[in-house]
Design a protein around this ligand. Sequence first.
Ligand SMILES: Nc1nc2c(ncn2[C@@H]2O[C@H](COP(=O)(O)OP(=O)(O)O)[C@@H](O)[C@H]2O)c(=O)[nH]1
Ligand SMILES: [Mg+2]
Length: 384
Amino acid sequence: MVQKNPQISIIVPTYNESQNIVNILKSIRENVPKGISTQTIVVDDNSPDGTGKIVEDYISNIKKITENTIDVIHRKAKNGLSSAILNGIQNAKAETIVVMDSDFSHPPQIIPKMIETFKQYQCDLVVASRYITGGNIQGWTTKRKLMSKIATIIAKKGLDVKTKDPMSGFFAFKKNIIQELNFDALGYKFLLELLVKTKGINVKEIPYTFENRQFGSSKLDSSTIIDYFKSVWKLYRHGKIQATNEKRNSVRFFSKAARFFTVGASGFLVNYLVSMLFTAGLADFWYIHANIFGIMASITSNFVLNKIWTFEDRDFSRKKTLSQFGKFSMFSSLGALVQLGMVFWLVDSHDVSYPLALISAIATAAFSNFILNKKLTFKEKLWN
Ligand SMILES: Nc1nc2c(ncn2[C@@H]2O[C@H](COP(=O)(O)OP(=O)(O)O)[C@@H](O)[C@H]2O)c(=O)[nH]1
Ligand SMILES: [Mg+2]
């Protein structure tokens, strides 16, 4: 007989949850509406307190109900909550996946409401939310509440996430929305990565009260917090890259050219200020010497701004940066020569007025400098 896939897969990651796991499995079973088939997947990271074994024993002792199965994934070591969730997802057979903690902070009574919400709103993702009307947190210290709030604000502002509780660990989604996505699964916050990496999905939040655990202890520690910042940074970069990829090549080309010219203009100012400073301010240099400092300062500031802003290259490893700076300075000097030569040639042999000759020469030198630096200094393709 061919086994039909369950309707819902429920992923329950555990690390040292020996006092909670059996009760939560029972409670999940009791709360899922009758007639809905489930696959509960416990993902245990070789808990020293024997959680994995407890689940195995529980599975072999309970009466088998084919509509409600329990699987357990034993991982070798504590590899983090997000990656445990991802592992669970990879083993989920159902189209609808619920993710929840095993310590009763996420009340299983909400699961039927999640199922109802999918039906009612035809949505792709249901988030059980602490931060919408009707939602609440009980039993957390003020410090922990504050940490959660700050992390939420960082996520919402920094990553432009609209969901009110993007840090929720209690959510459900349709499997098809994660097709073709690659997850870093770093740290604690799988939902946040899901929200950032999916596009145009229909998200619905439903309120619930998070209650701090009665048994066992929290696994959140300083490394979790560091992982959080790492993952926000990664997701931020991800968003940036996506946004640039979406723009048409021509738009990107000209916006970079515009940045390059803006930097060039700022170089004039740096050049002027530094030259003045060395003749009249800091020191009393001969004006030609002062101007050499001015030129050097402007080439350096132009280089740094173009590297960081125009070409968005944040790799400051010493060898690479020095070689880029060498090329950049060379092209800048070359540009100056081209400019001089062209002005001379236009004014002298073609009777072009000096202002017009100067503008054409500056434009030509700046544009060729842009092309040379794009291709050879920052090693970008010309047209993207
Ligand atoms: N498999 C696995 N589960 C984890 C890991 N870290 C936390 N968990 C589980 O994830 C859930 C939430 O963790 P918890 O310590 O309660 O975090 P808190 O509620 O934010 O204090 C619990 O069910 C934990 O057992 C991990 O590294 N691996
Ligand atoms: Mg907890």
